[in-house]
Design a protein around this ligand. Structure first.
Ligand SMILES: [Mn+2]
Length: 240
């Protein structure tokens, strides 16, 4: 992998807003999160699944979300989770609101795919959940990073399992998948509290839900400093 001259970048990693209806608490969290991204000079926002609570939300809610995301100073990458999974007719199939957002990128490849943001120097990989019933393994089959001199960030929505048999029935993410991936950072979603899952050799964190536990994760990438992950409590303004 070609390293050594990558630009420093700041990412806001979030998940599990579970937006349900216009004006609800999650909507306020989204607005606060977009404000924070501007104040903290964030280059990229990653939403690691369950932005919406379900796929039958109103058009007015989707329009509100699209308007908020367009206020962001940079790009945003959205992974469909198990609540807003990528089935035909899903919330991400609504056409216009999403087509109007030039800065919004949605992972649409069910078996895993790469989103390159060359202007940012970031390569993203994610596997959207595409069924209400299938047991998707969110990190299974992740390729090794390409030697393209970019930051490599994976996005996965599921349960980290460290017991045998696993405590949870589906969407398993294993220690081995994380540690052998070789990626710079793995942005996890599905669990609503901030949590470090792995620090070495690969950093993998749950950001927590801004609407349910109040947290997001600020991820700073730098050649000198490495990957630094800081929890931020949305209610505590101006911490950064
Ligand atoms: Mn979920």
């Amino acid at each position: 992998m070609v390293n050594g001259n990558r630009m420093s970048r700041r990412i806001l990693h979030t998940s599990d807003l579970h937006l349900l209806s216009l004006g609800d608490r999650a909507c306020h969290s989204l607005e606060a999160l977009v404000d924070l991204a501007s104040q903290a000079k964030v280059d990229l926002v990653i939403i690691a699944g369950d932005l919406f609570d379900h796929n039958r939300v109103s058009d007015s809610l989707v329009n509100f979300v699209a308007e908020q995301l367009q206020r962001l100073p940079g790009d945003v990458a959205i992974l469909p989770g198990n609540h807003d999974c990528l089935v035909p007719g899903s919330v991400f199939d609504k056409g216009e609101p999403w087509e109007d957002c030039a800065n919004v990128h949605i992972f649409r490849i069910p078996h895993g795919g790469t989103l390159d943001l060359p202007g940012l120097g970031v390569s993203l990989w994610g596997k959207s959940i595409n069924s209400y019933v299938d047991n998707v393994l969110p990190l299974a089959g992740i390729p090794q990073p390409r030697g393209n001199g970019q930051w490599h960030i994976a996005v996965a929505h599921g349960y980290y399992v460290d017991t045998e048999p696993p405590l949870f029935p589906s969407y398993h993410i294993t220690h081995e998948e994380i540690t052998t991936s070789g990626w710079d950072y793995i942005a996890l979603g599905h669990v609503i509290t901030f949590r470090c899952i792995c620090n070495e050799p690969v950093k993998a964190y749950y950001s927590g839900s801004p609407s349910l536990s109040g947290t997001v994760a600020i991820v700073d990438l730098g050649e000198e400093t490495g990957v630094q992950v800081t929890p931020y409590y949305l209610r505590d303004k101006y911490m950064i």
